[in-house]
Design a protein around this ligand. Structure first.
Ligand SMILES: Nc1ncnc2c1ncn2[C@@H]1O[C@H](COP(=O)(O)OP(=O)(O)O)[C@@H](O)[C@H]1O
Ligand SMILES: [Mg+2]
Length: 244
């Protein structure tokens, strides 16, 4: 049994057919410990979203393996992976992906209802309070700010107590103050609640919130380093390794 929450081995993925075939990921290896907060950084088009979609089983890999919480995601059927994702993976996207006709609270508990589970009132109240959403629980997404919408999305990701939270450019649609605040929220749920997080972003200010950054270039990881929560350092190391 693996000691890692997430284990990725030789993951490859391309799109299209020859002669228009594009190889995007050419053998990705990654290991994440329980309680880690790490980030994947790379330029636009480097395959960050593709990687996250593969990890969540939203896309099928061409080859390689993804093991999450000791369970091999890459060999599951579509039906199996749908249930597994709902129970074990919290997903946060750039565009929030909230259901516009449901209130904040209804969006948050949806993964439980889809799984025929009843939300625990006390736990839900605590989660809303923790994310500063108590006064917004009955609001529709259209009545919320971008930062509030993304907090609803992270609450929805956390409500099932997942093995890992995967976040794809989670601050991409937020202004800088809201983006910084959201990074602080991620740090809080990681350091205080021990939630394991893997985030992808091209932005050093955002990835500096993680403890370690892995650099994606030409379909491979070309280096990784500790961020020391310092965006200038991340930016400098990023440029050094990308040039090298
Ligand atoms: N469904 C798809 N069909 C064909 N090409 C795709 C598809 N999705 C992504 N790509 C291509 O794969 C590459 C990586 O995309 P993506 O994973 O979205 O990168 P990133 O998130 O780092 O910007 C890009 O060149 C993109 O055009
Ligand atoms: Mg992307």
């Amino acid at each position: 049994m693996s000691e890692f929450v997430l284990e990725v081995r030789g993951l490859c993925k391309g799109y299209g057919v020859v002669p228009n075939r594009v190889e995007v990921l050419n053998g990705i290896d990654l290991e994440l410990n329980q309680g880690a907060f790490e980030a994947v950084m790379g330029p636009s088009g480097s395959g960050k979203s593709t990687l996250l979609h593969l990890l969540a089983g939203l896309l099928a890999a061409d080859s390689g393996e993804v093991t999450l919480g000791g369970v091999k995601v890459t060999t599951m059927s579509d039906a199996e992976v749908t249930v597994f994702r709902r129970r074990r993976i919290g997903l946060v996207f750039q565009d929030f992906n909230l259901i516009p006709t449901l209130s904040a609270e209804e969006n948050i508990v949806l993964p439980l209802l889809l799984d025929k589970r009843r939300p625990d009132r006390g736990e839900l109240d605590a989660l809303l309070a923790r994310l500063n959403l108590t006064a917004r629980r009955s609001h529709l997404p259209s009545q919320l700010s971008g930062g509030e919408r993304q907090r609803v999305a992270i609450a929805r990701a956390l409500v099932t107590r997942p093995a890992i939270v995967l976040a794809d450019e989670p601050t991409g649609n937020l202004d800088s103050p809201a983006g910084r605040a959201f990074c602080d929220t991620l740090r809080m749920i990681n350091s205080d609640d021990g939630v394991t997080i893997l985030m992808v972003s091209h932005d050093p200010v955002v990835t500096a919130a993680a403890n370690r950054v892995h650099l994606l270039k030409d379909g491979e990881f070309v280096g990784n380093f500790g961020t020391e929560s310092d965006a200038a350092l991340v930016s400098q190391r990023y440029l050094e390794i990308m040039k090298g």
